[in-house]
Design a binder for this molecule. Structure first.
Ligand code: SF4
Ligand code: SF4
Length: 338
């Protein structure tokens, strides 16, 4: 790993150069919110401050609706874009989410070609969070506002410019011409990082959470927890690590399409026989929480939530996954208070 320096006056020119070499995606402020967009003018990039995009950037690798193949007059594969993508200004929690999704899509036995082809050709450049929001809790679930996971490089803003932490060989080439960061700059990054992390929640004991959730599997805790849930699916659609999908044939268009789906929808687990193994919102809420906090731990020893806070912020009835986990830790096996 190396560390480079990009001064404020050089920032725009450097990013403009990258924009010509790559399909450069970065957060842009629209009327209501930030969204990842293909850049035509780098002055639009909105990375400062504490806000994150409402939709996570996973859609650049796993689009909400994706044509897998066309079958008008024979089978046709779908072509890839001609240039490599670069995601710039992605928050560390979302970069980490991409590395978690690699486990789901890049499975040795069943690799997902559609994810892999987009992922392999993309460079991810994260932007360290200097002012996490009240709903952020990456430090509780194994991450950090300066987390390197999933990123090829990370920008850290100092007063006069950016320290660029370079993590991958591909990123080494991109930043090779920049001067090395000086010792005092690296010291400033360390101090900043310690200050920001000090204000964040403490790490959860993931095995303890895992064991407690399994213990509560049959309890009334889930009915109580899910009482106000509307089953709208917002929490899963906005989640950077959710990856449920459904594949349909659009016969008029003669296309096979993969669309995002949600385990919070009643018909998600409805079987052709009419049987539904998750018939109520209680089982569905249990599935959402246990997938992230128990099943991912079983599979890859990581919590499958990156603490981005989107589900906390946008749930229309204020269901808060942090509270669910905290409450679970204070229940006995029957779901009652300890
Ligand atoms: S966003 Fe809230 S109300 Fe909607 S499905 Fe998720 S938990 Fe339920
Ligand atoms: S579960 Fe909620 S906080 Fe965790 S990664 Fe998904 S949206 Fe973010």
């Amino acid at each position: 790993m190396s560390a480079k320096w990009l001064s404020n006056p050089d920032y725009t020119e450097f990013l403009s150069r990258l924009m010509h070499e790559y399909l450069l995606y970065a957060p842009v402020k629209n009327e209501k919110e930030l969204t990842f967009q293909l850049m035509k003018d780098v002055s639009q990039i909105a990375i400062k401050g504490s806000s994150n995009t409402r939709f996570p950037p996973k859609s650049l690798f796993f689009p909400q609706s994706e044509v897998l193949m066309k079958y008008a007059g024979g089978l046709h594969s779908v072509e890839n874009e001609e240039k490599d993508k670069m995601l710039f200004g992605i928050r560390p929690c979302d970069a980490r989410a991409i590395s978690l999704l690699d486990h789901a899509f890049d499975d040795e036995q069943a690799p997902d070609h559609y994810w892999q082809s987009k992922r392999d050709s993309a460079i991810v450049i994260s932007y360290a969070c200097l002012a996490p929001r009240e709903t952020c809790f990456c430090t509780a679930v194994g991450g950090s506002p300066f987390d390197a996971a999933g990123a090829d490089a990370q920008f850290v803003k100092l007063e006069d410019g950016f320290v660029v932490q370079v993590y991958s060989k591909r990123a080494e080439k991109i930043f090779a011409d920049l001067p090395d960061a000086q010792k005092d700059m690296l010291k400033a990054v360390k101090t900043l990082s310690a200050q920001v992390i000090a204000g964040m929640p403490e790490a959860l004991e993931k095995q303890q959470v895992h064991d407690k959730l399994l213990d509560l599997f049959e309890s009334d805790f889930w009915r109580e927890t899910s009482e106000s849930c509307l089953g709208c699916g917002v929490c899963t659609f906005l989640c950077p690590t959710c990856f449920c999908f459904d594949i349909v044939d659009e016969t008029l268009r003669k296309e096979r399409v993969r669309n995002w789906d949600s385990c919070m929808f009643r018909i998600y687990s409805l079987e052709a026989s009419g049987h539904n193994p998750r018939p109520t919102k209680s089982e569905r809420t249990r599935q959402r929480v246990m997938h992230k906090y128990a099943y991912w731990v079983d599979q890859i020893n990581e919590i499958g939530c990156t603490g981005c806070g989107r589900c906390v912020e946008f749930c229309p009835v204020n269901i808060d996954i942090r509270e669910i986990v905290e409450n679970a830790l204070h229940r006995d096996s029957a779901g009652g208070a300890k």
